[in-house]
Design a protein around this ligand. Structure first.
Ligand code: GLY
Length: 411
């Protein structure tokens, strides 16, 4: 029997969303059924993970992945620490149930100290996914102050000579072995959302200026003519000179690491949201077209972990990249006024909702999606569930439902 996912995909393939041969009402029904089916599975999975987090070591409460038959937890200073709280907020948004908000608040509060974290740039990801979503879906006194303090911590990493926020410190860990002075990774575009939001909340225009300067310099230095981006650009922080363009998590310096492309699409879409600068919109579209038209993109649209891995088609897929791109495309479609972009996001959500990527309820350690890649060069989290893949799929479902209901996409 054909399940909802297959029917939805068929509707798309037959041209429902693309050619208009299905009635809008029928398309809405198919989309709603697909969302409902995902929410039903996510309810089982995230409840299981929440219970696991309650019984874990007090210092390690945040589920990040499921590897070798065990749920793995991370401390609050890990870059992925906000995604679980964020997923719980999205479950509240998708179900309307107060219990999810209570769970989300508990996990958000775990990140309280992160507002003072200034030794890496990911404070943006961590606070925006947790406190940022708390402010949207269950605000309490003090949330705004945490967001503004965290934004100032992030802004402390701005290097005026280069006009960028330094992503990683270079005095410890594997980053100290690369000879970098001021490495900036494309992922950093995602952290700008915290600066823009905090500028709006506090009226501190300097936070917004830093975000714009970083976005502008990244636009100049990180992209190739075909629209793809480098993972790392290393700057001289005093003179601003580019010292090197390379990779840390991709196949090679010149390759297209898929999650990097996903961060670029999402990052420039959010920069357009806050500034209305057409150059940002154009870059988001150009990087999206690079991926969409890529000769090695598989039929289901889920990217290989790196589009230049010579092992393709045997190379790993990365469900996290697909989820990030799907969520970004729902927003991007509203700015570009192009229904085909929304349809492309639908196809990604549909593929991720199939048995090839979405876990059966009760399996996969409680994570929703299988088959993501953390970092192959570092030998970490290869072909496993990752909490940020689940987060961006849930975000994509929220956005799709908003579009179906005729609500603002970011509600
Ligand atoms: N921001 C790190 C990653 O995408 O793996």
């Amino acid at each position: 029997m054909m399940n909802t996912t297959m029917k939805f995909l068929l509707a798309l393939i037959l041209g429902g969303a693309v050619t208009g041969s299905c009635t809008p009402a029928a398309q809405r029904c198919d989309a709603c059924r697909l969302i409902d089916e995902n929410v039903a599975v996510a309810t089982v999975q995230l409840s299981q993970l929440y219970r696991a987090s309650e019984s874990s070591d007090a210092a390690l409460l945040i589920p990040s992945t499921f590897r070798d038959g065990e749920v793995r937890f991370v401390p609050v200073d890990d870059w992925v620490s906000g995604f679980f709280a964020g997923s719980l907020w999205y479950m509240h948004r998708l179900t309307g149930e107060p219990e999810w908000a209570e769970r989300a608040r508990r996990h958000t509060l775990l990140l309280d100290s992160v507002q003072y974290l200034s030794w890496h740039h990911d404070v943006g990801f961590m606070i925006n996914t947790s406190y940022g979503n708390a402010l949207r879906y269950g605000p309490e006194a003090g949330d705004t102050a945490v967001i503004v303090t965290a934004a100032r911590s992030l802004a402390s990493r701005f290097r005026p000579g280069a006009g960028v926020i330094q992503s990683w410190n270079v005095d410890r860990g594997w980053q100290s072995e690369r000879g970098w002075l001021c490495p900036v990774i494309i992922d950093n575009m995602m952290n700008l959302e915290l600066l823009f939001k905090a500028a709006e909340l506090s009226g501190d225009e300097q936070l917004r200026e830093i975000a714009v300067r970083h976005a502008d310099r990244t636009l100049e230095e990180h992209f190739r003519a075909d629209g793809s981006c480098y993972h790392v650009v290393d700057y001289d922080p005093l003179t601003g000179e580019v010292r090197r363009r390379c990779t840390a998590q991709g196949y090679s310096d010149e390759s297209a690491w898929s999650r990097g492309q996903a961060w670029a699409i999402y990052g420039y879409t959010l920069c357009y949201r806050y500034t209305g600068d057409e150059r940002y919109l154009e870059q988001a579209l150009k990087t999206w077209r690079f991926m969409a038209d890529h000769p090695r993109l598989a039929a289901d649209g889920v990217p290989y972990w790196d589009m230049d891995d010579p092992a393709i088609p045997e190379a790993c897929r990365d469900a996290s990249s697909a989820a990030i791109i799907a969520s970004a495309l729902y927003e991007l479609s509203t700015y570009a006024g192009d229904r085909s972009i929304e349809a492309a996001a639908d196809v990604l959500v549909c593929s991720l909702s199939s048995d090839a990527y979405r876990a059966q309820a009760g399996e996969n350690g409680g994570f929703l999606l299988m088959h993501s890649v953390g970092s192959i060069p570092h030998g970490s989290n290869i072909d496993v569930p990752l909490n940020y893949a689940d987060y961006y799929l849930l975000e994509a479902l929220v956005r799709k439902r908003n579009l179906v209901n005729g609500d603002p996409v970011l509600l």
